[in-house]
Design a protein around this ligand. Sequence first.
Ligand code: PRX
Length: 647
Amino acid sequence: MPDVFPVPETMRARALCSSHASYQAMYEASISDPESFWREQASRIDWMEPFHTVKDVSYASDNVSIQWYLGGKTNASLNCLDRHLATRGDQTALIFEPDEPSDEARHITYGELHADVCRIANVLKKHGVKRGDCVTIYLPMIPEAVASMLACSRIGAVHSVVFAGFSPDALAHRMLDGRSRILITADEGVRGGKRIPLKNNSDRALRSCPDVHDVLVVKRTGGETTWLDGRDYWLHEEAAMVESTCECAEMDAEDPLYILYTSGSTGRPKGLVHTTGGYLVYASLSHRYIFDYQEGDVYWCAADIGWVTGHTYIVYGPLLNGATQILFEGIPTYPEASRYWDVVDRHRVTQFYTAPTAIRALMSKGNKYVDRTDRSSLLILGSVGEPINPEAWKWYHEKVGDGRCPIVDTWWQTETGGILITPLPGATALKPGSASFPFFGIRPEILDAEGNVLEGEAEGVLAIADSWPGQSRTIFGDHARFTEVYFSKFEGKYFTGDGCRRDKDGYYWITGRVDDVINISGHRMGTAEVESALVEHNDVAEAAVVGFPHDIKGQGIYCYVTLNAGVTGDDELRETLIRQVREAIGAFSKPDFVQFAPGLPKTRSGKIMRRILRKIAADDFDDLGDISTLADESVVDDLIRNRRNRH
Ligand code: PRX
């Protein structure tokens, strides 16, 4: 495979940014005079009142405060919908592609989506939702999910979307933490021909959420569910009783737009808060340039709205830019592994954005599923969520894109709100596996362990030296934690938690997390969360969880479990523990392996040396590094023996 793939001429001819030199010029301008750059970009959205100050940011660890477009008033729903109505009222906003391919796709215009959003907004008001209230949304990939998010923003409520794959426990935690008093869910979700009992899950979660007074239920399947009169309402019945217009609340640029939970190294998932004005500007700008979205394109981001990718690159970015896009309910392998490409052909998709795990899963099914499809409409491919290995990159490029489509390998995080490091399709020669260059306004730095800035070719941890408008402002209810996690390690900088290398040509290569966060199929998981689910079992004394390389998922979950004295580990207990984690978090968090460990490798001060556990889980026994600081070195031999015997 060549080391560098030049920009295809056809892409250069159409792209908004069509040479590396023009990228560099715009990048330099954004860095040398950020205020002017971001002042100009702010005109991407409509303001109800102009802002008076572009930026007021302190990254100082004793006073982290991030504000953009101060004094400005705007509304997300207004920008995603109302301002398009005159020109795009009859243009398709969403093409809903249901799980079952024989069910016809549904085209929803901007005008229709506007009416749906207004109705849901009026229903929320009728059910007592006020500006600033948190509304939890636990929905599958259906149009009502998008409409519910926009309905919240329309009336100034803050949405907290919980991925529909999360368990009742995980849902309950998020509702309690966000102090939600209202939930929007569906009777059932449908994925890959299977039904997911969302309402029943919700009811289980609600047992521990006494403050939730109203539940609005979308009728997706009509399947049987539990029901509590006086608390539960069918959304379609409620929506039929209200007006199809609703005024947009005038929101301050810094009013919260949403909370989204994500895992960290320690403790429970944290609710990151994104605000209104800056986030919208960043979502619009990044979507426009990185996917080179143009009139007539049909864009498809195959993420789930339960994750940040769905928030920024399904809901906000594309709708701000007046895009026509696919909303896909299903999974890539149902009914067959050609599903993605069938959908691409049917709707003439131009941009397609997914995670490496999906690419690897499809690659493992063989080429015939790709070869029998056309895919000639595709122009740009995207990758997100984890490092993409060269083999998967090559397959995506050669097989899916017929060698014709640039791949934008986009690096970002829930915290960053939008893509920070990425190629631009018409400007960047690609190196497979590299996220390449910083987006406009982004100042990445590679630091050594002491925080020294490394120049030129270097490897270290990735920090960002200055703010950008899409950045998360705080952790809901816990600003001290926000400061501690992101701004205390390297004074005056945002610490990403990722390792990174810069090569001689200035390309950035993300090397993966440097903390105790693992990345399962592009889903971020704190090892501490899995550990706490394991130790809840009466027979478990202690648990340590690490990631290990996994062919399809990128990383798998490997659990070392020490049992209480007198308890013997067997397959039944192993299954019970796996089930326990699944129930505590969700099916995607199911451990791949549980190893019973009589002892864990600890330093004399009692700290578990995860470095050693990671090596053993990866069958890499030869170079365990320095183990002389362990309290009991013999523990390591036992662990290796048991790993070899798969005990
Ligand atoms: O480790 C990085 C990895 O995913 C983490 C962020 O996860 P999350 O907040 O769930 O957001 C995922 C979708 C934006 C990062 O810290 N990551 C994300 N994109 C890439 C990546 N690693 C390598 N290459 C990427 N393109």
